[in-house]
Design a protein around this ligand. Structure first.
Ligand SMILES: [Zn+2]
Length: 302
């Protein structure tokens, strides 16, 4: 698979971010295109958020050193990317960004879709990798379904966890908004929310793969067509520069950090072995990558 086509404006915006502009400034839509056999895929930016490096779980001196070396000023800019693909007669969004609920750094997806030439009404399906708010916030727009003709899919494990009132009642205060947003956003799609078990084809050329740990039902999505593959690994990595070489470092957002580490290692190992092109939600820019095993982790193939 080859990445094709970058817009000059996108490159400028990316440069802006590298130079340390505020996340709000970086909320200009970015868009990358990639063909996967007969599937047309687009990596769209919903925006950026500044992330405190303290969120990375460095519980040993060598992990602390690795975090400090990767982020000497203690913070990093975190992309919020969304995958859009056209396969046969389907137009599919994978995640929806944070929409208006995450503040000025997010909510750029509608503009990015416009640049890709796709109207919200044209979206036939939405696959949610998990129900954190930076992935579900864009499901709604001014109290209505932002994608009125779409069916929404998520893993059964994810649905069962976040839509369970008992889990919501015993969740710590900081996690409550995730439950509320998940419930409210999915309610905008009455009768059109479907669950799946990962591991088999869900939509033409698209197979969800279990990557549980970040959340109880977190999935990655593998696109395959004519022998070409793109793995959208969602939130398997939040700090690519660090967690690629050190996949053993988890993040405070992980529901089960040990399981998240295991999922990251296993799926990246598979991607490296199979030669899959990869990209995710919190990677720099709207780019796709190839990776290979290196030391205790992985590195980018130049
Ligand atoms: Zn996320």
């Amino acid at each position: 698979m080859t990445a094709t086509g970058w817009f000059a404006g996108c490159l400028l915006a990316a440069l802006c971010c590298c130079l340390g502009a505020t996340p709000a400034r970086c909320a200009q839509p970015l868009l990358g295109k990639a063909d996967v056999g007969a599937i047309k895929a687009f990596v769209l930016s919903d925006g950026y958020r500044e992330m405190d490096a303290k969120l990375l779980l460095a519980d040993t001196p060598d992990k602390q050193e690795a975090v400090k070396a990767a982020y000497p000023d203690g913070k990093t800019l975190n992309s919020l990317n969304v995958l859009l693909f056209k396969s046969g007669d389907r137009v599919v969004l994978v995640d929806t960004g944070g929409g208006k609920i995450l503040g000025p750094g997010a909510g750029g997806l509608p503009k990015a879709m416009d640049e890709a030439g796709v109207k919200p009404e044209a979206v036939t399906d939405i696959v949610l990798t998990h129900l954190h708010r930076d992935h579900t916030g864009g499901l709604g727009l001014d109290g209505k379904a932002a994608y009125p003709n779409a069916t929404v899919y998520l893993s059964k494990a994810e649905y069962d966890y976040w839509l369970n009132p008992d889990n919501e009642a015993k969740a710590p205060e900081r996690a409550r908004s995730t439950f509320t947003t998940a419930r409210e956003m999915l309610a905008l799609y009455p009768g059109k929310v479907q669950t799946f078990e990962p591991g088999k084809e869900l939509l033409p050329g698209a197979t969800p793969l279990a990557a549980y740990g970040h959340t109880p039902g977190h999935i990655a999505l593998l696109l395959s067509s004519n022998g070409q593959n793109l793995l959208f690994f969602a939130d398997l990595l939040h700090a690519m520069g660090l967690q690629l070489p050190r996949p053993d470092i988890a993040i405070a957002f992980d529901t089960d950090p040990a399981q998240a580490v295991q999922a990251r290692k296993a799926l990246l190992e598979r991607a490296a072995k199979e030669g899959w092109t990869v990209t995710g939600v919190h990677v720099p820019g709207p780019e796709t990558y190839k990776i290979k095993a290196s030391g205790q982790g992985f590195e980018l193939v130049k």
